[in-house]
Design a protein around this ligand. Structure first.
Ligand code: ACO
Length: 322
């Protein structure tokens, strides 16, 4: 068994900030409704930066912080549900941008669970010969997929990217992981649906915007996320009390509070940054992780849980020693 650890963390968000008040001028909503229902105060929205641009910013930042050269990287995975294109992968664009010519690169699509799914895949690949240094990035420009007249979804999402460098260590890092998919609920969150036409030939059709069963996802998350975390803790052989911080996907502060309650854990162990960024899907836990590391909220050696949930529907928990 080869051991690895999270060597560095970093984040990048667009400069433009859009407040709830600004949204209330575009649609029938209010700062009060958005804050009280979700905890979101503002979000960062792309000014033309695509998903690969934000991901490349994170990648460069990670290399600067670590002192690694790009050609040391053996693997780059970008978790995203808003790639620049069907092909090339966003990870391949990042590779080209930073010159990581030795890295195998691909995108991973598991919506808001994507970062934990990607970490799990990277953890597996780091066991293979020839893989020692990996970069895992969650990057989203969800503003591309939002219908800015649909108040039921538009107020929820933001753009951003976060990532980690993984490298060799003396101690093991991953204590447990639980990945689950609920394909029978695949219609609960849909974005970028493509339509296969019956007519031939036919004009190119666009992608559909976000559509979500908000209530259904809320109920799903508040039940399945505690289940996933408990199963991972049991697999890891740790009690919930031994977990120093629960870094949950930032979809809704109310969901996180409910999860904390169901787990019987103090809310103080669930850091929140949804007020600043909204829901950034696969980027959300990576951004949170980078902020928690930078602000000393988590420390080396702490046992932490990363837990995502979202489109698929999916849930994903990883318990690791930071
Ligand atoms: N502003 C004002 N009113 C609104 C807005 C808005 N932005 N959106 C909806 N409303 C109205 C509705 O029309 C409804 O009005 P009505 O009672 O007159 O019909 C009322 O507010 C209540 O609407 P609900 O949808 O029942 O509101 P709810 O309290 O359930 O909150 C929310 C909605 C915030 C979406 C919540 O259900 C939620 O967070 N769900 C989970 C979403 C989630 O976690 N997604 C993560 C996955 S995303 C991914 O994977 C990419």
């Amino acid at each position: 068994m080869k051991n690895w650890q999270i060597v560095e963390t970093a984040l990048a968000v667009p400069q433009r900030v859009v407040t709830n008040d600004q949204l209330s001028r575009l649609m029938d909503t209010s700062d009060e409704w958005i804050r009280s229902r979700t905890g979101i105060k503002r979000r960062h929205i792309s000014q033309g930066e695509n998903t690969s641009v934000l991901a490349s910013r994170v990648a460069r930042q990670l290399l600067r912080q670590s002192g690694w050269s790009a050609d040391q990287l053996d693997l780059i995975i970008v978790a995203t549900m808003s790639p620049d294109a069907y092909t090339p992968s966003t990870a391949a664009i990042v590779q080209g941008q930073i010159g990581a010519s030795n890295a195998a690169c691909f995108d991973l699509s598991a919506a808001c669970s994507g970062f934990v799914y990607a970490l799990t895949v990277a953890a597996g690949m780091l066991q293979l010969p020839g893989y020692e240094h990996a970069m895992v990035i969650g990057s989203e420009v969800l503003s591309k997929l939002v219908d800015w007249h649909d108040r039921s979804t538009a107020v929820l999402f933001g753009d951003g990217a976060g990532g980690v460098l993984l490298g060799p260590s003396r101690q093991g890092t991953v204590l447990a992981q639980q990945l689950n998919t609920f394909g029978e609920l695949s219609d609960k969150i849909v974005a970028g649906h493509t339509i296969a036409n019956t007519a031939f030939p036919h004009p190119l059709t666009g992608l559909t915007p976000f559509a979500m069963d908000g209530r259904g996802v809320y109920t799903f998350a508040t039940h399945q996320v505690p289940r996933s975390i408990r199963a991972a803790a049991e697999q890891a052989g740790v009690t919930l009390d031994q977990i120093g911080a629960f870094l949950l996907h930032q979809a809704n502060a109310r969901i996180i509070k409910q999860v904390a309650k169901r787990l019987g854990q103090p809310l103080a162990k669930f850091p929140l940054n949804i007020d600043e960024y909204g829901n950034t899907s696969a980027a959300s836990e990576a951004i949170l992780l980078a902020e928690c590391a930078a602000r000393g909220i988590i420390h080396r050696g702490d046992i932490i849980a990363l837990a995502g949930f979202g489109g698929g529907l999916t849930t994903a928990t990883m318990i690791l020693k930071y």
